[in-house]
Design a protein around this ligand. Sequence first.
Ligand SMILES: [Zn+2]
Ligand SMILES: [Zn+2]
Length: 360
Amino acid sequence: MKALIVSGTGEQPRIADVVLPPVGPGEVRVRIRAAGVCHSDLSMVNGTLAPSYPLVLGHEAAGVVTEVGPADATGRVAVGDHVVLNWAPPCRECWHCTHGEPWLCADGGRPSAPRGHLASGEATHVTLGLGALAEEVVVPSHAVVPVPADLPADVAALLGCAVLTATGAVNRTAGVRPGQSVVVIGLGGVGLATLIAARAAGADPVIGVDLSETKRDLAMAAGATHFLVSDDKIPKSVRTLTDGRGADHAIECAGRAATINTAWRATRRGGQVTVVGMGARDDLVSLSALDIFHSARTLRSSVYGSSDPDRDLPTLAAAVHAGTLDLSPLITDRIPLESAPDAFDRMSRGLGARSVILFD
Ligand SMILES: [Zn+2]
Ligand SMILES: [Zn+2]
């Protein structure tokens, strides 16, 4: 099958033929219908994360189950089921899983897993246990979540990473309430989905911040009430829009120390900063001890939206189905697999929202 692979840190992603292993016990084969290109895929390519190579990219996808493994089939999914892939399937047995925090499962967190091989025989690895920018995946059956068959595949794909992450950050981690002010910093796919989720939660104002003026129309379409181009006056501009106090919530979606610092300073005394962006190991955030005490702010991260995908993905799918969650502003490019390298180029230059690869 065809897949988008990268051979090493900083290499250009390219299409290659990959041979997947047979479907084993407790596994399923999924024919991918649509897959998003997420910033974490770029982090696999540029070395922010440290996966093993050659690596099949992709972890945000929807498809159809075409084969269920032998012997101990769990009965969770059947051939023909439409599913969304889950890149952090919880084990349900570790301390975190049995204490209501499946998103922190002790079994997760590895950037890549060995699976399949190239035509040359060289072993390949798959992103986050999935490798979804490919015509097919072979994954554990608990890494797929059934969704209605008539959910559009492009939208369904985004549920698995950007949308679960964003809605979870707003509703579960931050706990945004109606009438609260929210500033979202960094308007890639997750940031735009966070604007949609904040507006759906009743937040007002909802302020989008990005380095690029080109994100203004996307931000407003996603539900922002205001858009600000990032500069060193963002905290002051946010205070102006929030009766001089600063925002109740700042949600940082860029994964950089500088923007975490901006989020901190744009938040009111007693407010909450939620870090969604995944940054680099050596990018240090500096806050003064007096400021931490005096500001009474909370700073916490949101891993996979503090969500349980088995519980929350069907709820999101139902909301899309019912028309109460409109994700159409998120998708700016629908392209074939052959054009996926261009999508990485656009993303690295901060252009557009989500590019979705369509396989049908
Ligand atoms: Zn992602
Ligand atoms: Zn676990």
